[in-house]
Design a protein. Structure first.
Length: 181
């Protein structure tokens, strides 16, 4: 089974609730690492301007580029649920090889000399049968998480290549589905 995310861009209004809830739940100080990020895409001109938001985190890719890039073997993909996890005890301070390899900038660092950290799909909450914090707090229900087969069946959404502003998925096959605006 592969767990992943679904994001409905039509519903997201850019409120940052998912970002703030993630930081609060994981005890990440303001101004440092962002396990979940929000980017804004602006296009067009008057009279047809276009604005949309994209909520991003680690996509727990089928073929994560960060895993082979790590010289310390600190990152691995779990067989039971496909979550890509980092072993902080093995991570090399200031290395950042994983960040350079990830097309989605998922690896995060609190300082220039910090160890890597990133979204773990709120592993602690999943074990309790709860949704990841970003999903649970989204006021417009733009985010969902769960087994990829269930998300595909429920939403029939597209892969990352459907969203402008994001790199394609050919090499990594992100475990994320999107409904574009």
């Amino acid at each position: 089974m592969q767990l992943g995310f679904y994001f409905d861009q039509r519903r997201c209004n850019g409120c940052y609730t998912c970002v703030i809830a993630c930081k609060e739940w994981h005890g990440i100080p303001a101004g440092t690492a962002f396990w979940r990020r929000l980017i804004t895409i602006e296009e067009g001109r008057f009279p047809r301007p276009w604005l949309a938001h994209i909520s991003l985190s680690c996509f727990h890719c089928a073929t994560p580029a960060c895993v082979p890039a790590c010289p310390a073997s600190a990152i691995h993909k779990r067989d039971e649920d496909g979550i890509v996890v980092v072993d902080q005890s093995l991570c090399i301070l200031g290395c950042r090889s994983c960040l350079h390899a990830c097309p989605y900038d998922a690896p995060q660092f609190r300082t220039a000399e910090a160890k890597m950290e990133k979204c773990d799909l709120c592993e602690d909450r999943l074990q309790e049968g709860k949704e990841p914090m970003c999903v649970a707090t989204c006021p417009l229900r733009a985010l969902k998480a769960g087994p990829m087969d269930d998300l595909k069946e429920a939403y029939g959404a597209e892969g990352v290549e459907c969203l402008p502003g994001l790199p394609g998925a050919a090499q990594t096959s992100p475990s994320a589905l999107f409904r574009p605006k």
